[in-house]
Design a protein around this ligand. Structure first.
Ligand SMILES: NC(=O)c1ccc[n+]([C@@H]2O[C@H](COP(=O)([O-])OP(=O)(O)OC[C@H]3O[C@@H](n4cnc5c(N)ncnc54)[C@H](O)[C@@H]3O)[C@@H](O)[C@H]2O)c1
Length: 362
């Protein structure tokens, strides 16, 4: 078991990694929670782990209820949030009640937003059950939902009171989802820690076969790297933007395909290779590192090429540029994994060239 502490003054919180779901009730008690608990999960995760969590809460003496939202990114909407407000009222939640988000990034983002806004804020606990949510989305306090025209457009910065990660839940996670989470873990190596990147290269087979000690290390180190960034720049005024490595093109690819073809981590994988190749074009990174980044993503079972018309991706990048104060911002590796540079003046012909290179013919 490992603990990482996110130090944010009176909003400091622990991330427990490698702890059993059967002890979540005790963990809440140790945190001095005493009020009602509402567990927000989805139909898939609820079926697998809902009873276990409810039993643990009840054994620890909590009055707890559980609600299951439908499974899928398309339900990450204000409508779902509104239904959840009704459930909070039906359950007569009070200021000292706690919301527990049991699931992947979608459940975490929605439940966190409900917690941030219901009665002007209730404490909440993240219990992430996908690799992506364990290495990334459960930490750092970004919560929210999608607007029909733009992803993650409505939200808040609202830190959890605790993150409680049972990595054995990954045993039931579909392989494709696991691989998508690996993309985000690799992102942390590339932007912040060369040694982590090389350890992931060395241990990839073990990690993919769910060697628990190696998975625990993978989650722990990613959380540590994210917490350092969040502590320095909680509200993304500067440094935190490096977490968007691979996201400029990744996001454009997701939008251009209406979020139907690629999982988020898969689109980020393609986006990271494109960013590495842009860095190569701009002479910021040498070929050896680009090859190593490509190779580990392929070994992880992730796509590095896309099959979309390049104009469609460029169109989306231009649309995002309008949303983001007129700048197309690229986070690029600088020299080697572990060092980054943010550039908002990458020439369009360079972006286009790289996107053409990464396009596979179908
Ligand atoms: N808040 C942040 O900082 C942040 C960062 C990155 C991504 N995100 C958001 O995270 C979301 C993606 O999260 P995700 O990749 O976890 O997807 P997800 O929450 O949709 O989960 C993926 C699938 O796995 C299922 N699942 C979850 N845990 C399982 C388990 N243990 N066993 C079996 N099935 C399980 C889910 O029901 C779902 O079908 C996106 O909405 C993205 O915007 C947020």
């Amino acid at each position: 078991m490992k603990i990482v502490e996110v130090k944010l003054g009176d909003r400091t919180y622990p991330i427990h990694i490698g702890v059993p779901l059967t002890h979540i009730g005790d963990a809440l008690k140790e945190k001095n929670f005493s009020g009602k608990v509402l567990v927000i999960t989805n139909t898939t995760v609820g079926k697998l782990y809902g009873d276990m969590v409810m039993e643990s809460l009840s054994n620890a003496g909590f009055v707890a209820s559980i609600t299951k939202i439908p499974d899928g990114e398309k339900y990450k909407t204000l409508e779902t949030v509104n239904n959840l407000y009704q459930i909070c009222m039906d359950n007569k939640l009070e200021r000292n009640s706690v919301i527990v988000a049991l699931g992947g990034g979608v459940v975490g983002d929605i439940a966190g937003f409900v917690a941030a806004t219901f009665m002007r804020g209730l404490p909440f606990v993240q219990v992430p059950t996908t690799l992506l949510s364990q290495v990334d989305s459960s930490v750092g306090g970004k919560v929210g939902v999608n607007h029909p025209k733009s992803k993650n457009m409505i939200g808040a910065f609202y830190q959890p009171s605790m993150v409680y990660t049972d990595i054995s839940t990954l045993k039931t996670l579909p392989e494709r989802e696991f691989n998508a989470g690996l993309a985000e873990a690799l992102k942390y190596g590339i932007i912040r820690d060369k040694k982590y990147f090389t350890v992931l290269e060395r241990d990839l087979i073990k990690i993919k076969s769910l060697h628990l000690e190696r998975v625990e290390y993978t989650v722990w180190r990613a959380c540590q790297l994210k917490k350092w960034v969040v502590e320095l720049d909680e509200k993304e005024q500067g440094l935190r933007a490096i977490l968007n490595f691979g996201h400029t093109i990744g996001h454009a690819i997701e939008s251009a395909t209406n979020y139907k073809t690629y999982l988020h981590g898969e689109a980020v994988s393609i986006g990271m290779v494109c960013a590495a190749k842009i860095a190569l074009e701009l002479e910021l990174l040498d070929k050896m590192w680009v090859r190593r980044i490509e190779k580990i993503l392929i070994r992880a079972g992730l796509p590095i090429k896309h099959s979309i018309e390049v104009d469609k991706i460029i169109e989306q990048i231009v649309f995002d540029k309008k949303v983001q104060e007129g700048k197309v911002r690229f986070v690029l590796p600088n020299g080697r994994p572990g060092r980054t540079i943010i550039k908002d003046d990458v020439p369009e012909d360079v972006i286009r060239k790289v996107l053409e290179e990464q396009r596979e013919s179908i």
